[in-house]
Design a protein around this ligand. Structure first.
Ligand code: ATP
Ligand code: MG
Length: 336
């Protein structure tokens, strides 16, 4: 038995001439959380749909909870929960009717139904809405119902496609806390996609970055930060002769760029630790007082935009697509 909750090898999917998912491989350890990142149309939802056995891959294999998504789709479905990008329900059914219907589809034993429905509704905060018609639900409530139906199988693996899309700040915060709780308390493995990068950062142990169907990097955010860039960004806040300091900093070998915004100076340098004391010394030599000085970490947004081709993200990726920029093979190489 593998300790991977999800094990994907060379998965591909074509839609006509478009290769929506292109030879993607990755694995997710049990009990961890994995974020799928990428621009619109990068192939995240298509990957999810293959992993939850909604669409069939054209090539490659994927094991989810130990079961093959093509050969054992029913086994896969009984071990996972899936919340689609836009969860849709029958509007003339009540919350309870909807969840009972899902239980029947999932073959949940009848004597288990009541307990599972109540516990899912309690977790998502909809216990008092059992007899409300789903047609009257707000978007946030629909998302929560989406999560409740995904929990009915008591899943080992949860697939969440943009779980906070369209939620207000409080709804999004609640959803994030819920996901973290499921992971920590129930040991559920979570795969999620999101364009809200701080959210991914707060939930996911590892991320996979998709670019036009290809997976161009898989790593922890910390590692991506250190490998995706060959330069450092430093931030200095000071008082004193600003222009003089800026000029002196430009002259230090290894300093690539200096931008001053009043008392704050942003410095981009080669990745050499010895540059930091050298910069500090230069500032002091010029009679300035240092209020703060430190490394400015790249945001996940910086990393993502550096790794994907942003020139024409919505251009279909056919088989004749260009080779990704040079940094990408390097990162994949490192991972292997
Ligand atoms: N059923 C389909 N038929 C034809 N093309 C499709 C189909 N589903 C997806 N595609 C195409 O496959 C590509 C990948 O789409 P996918 O929905 O997987 O992207 P995504 O990464 O989830 O994007 P987003 O961030 O916008 O949700 C897109 O070019 C999309 O137009
Ligand atoms: Mg999508």
């Amino acid at each position: 038995m593998t300790d991977f909750a999800v094990d994907v090898q060379g998965l591909s999917k074509w839609f006509g001439l478009l290769k929506a998912v292109d030879n993607v491989s990755f694995h997710v350890k049990q009990g961890t959380s994995f974020g799928l990142l990428g621009l619109n149309g990068a192939g995240k939802t298509t990957t999810f749909k293959m992993l939850v056995s909604l669409i069939r891959p054209d090539s490659g294999t994927a094991l989810v909870a130990g079961y093959d998504v093509v050969k054992e789709p029913m086994k896969v479905r009984s071990h996972i929960g899936y919340v689609a990008e836009n969860p849709a329900f029958y509007t003339r059914m009540t919350t309870l009717e909807t969840l009972r219907y899902v239980c029947r589809l999932l073959d949940v034993p009848v004597n288990e139904e009541h307990r599972r429905i109540d516990s899912a509704l309690e977790l998502v905060g909809l216990l008092d809405k059992k007899s409300a018609y789903v047609g009257g639900y707000s978007r946030g409530m629909r998302h929560r119902l989406g999560l409740a139906q995904a929990l009915l199988s008591e899943p080992q693996v949860l697939f969440l496609d943009e779980p906070t899309l369209g939620l207000d700040p409080l709804g999004a915060k609640n959803m994030r806390e819920l996901i973290l709780r499921l992971r920590q308390e129930e040991k559920v493995t979570v795969l999620m996609s999101s364009h809200i990068l701080p959210e991914v950062e707060s939930i996911c142990d590892e991320v996979g970055i998709f670019d036009r169907g290809q997976l161009v990097a898989v790593d922890t955010i910390k590692n991506l930060r250190s490998t995706a860039s060959d330069s450092m960004n430093l931030e200095l806040v000071m008082t004193g002769p600003n222009e003089q300091v800026v000029q002196a900093l430009w002259l230090i070998p290894g300093v690539n760029h200096v931008v001053s915004d009043g008392s704050r100076i942003d410095i981009n340098t080669e990745k050499k630790q010895e540059l930091r004391p050298r910069i500090l010394q230069e500032v002091l030599n010029n009679g300035a007082q240092i209020l703060s000085f430190g490394l400015k970490e790249s945001s996940l947004e910086d990393i993502l935009l550096r790794l994907v081709q942003t020139d024409a993200s919505d251009v279909p990726h056919t088989s004749s697509r260009l080779t990704p920029v040079s940094i990408i093979p390097r990162l994949i190489e490192k991972k292997r």
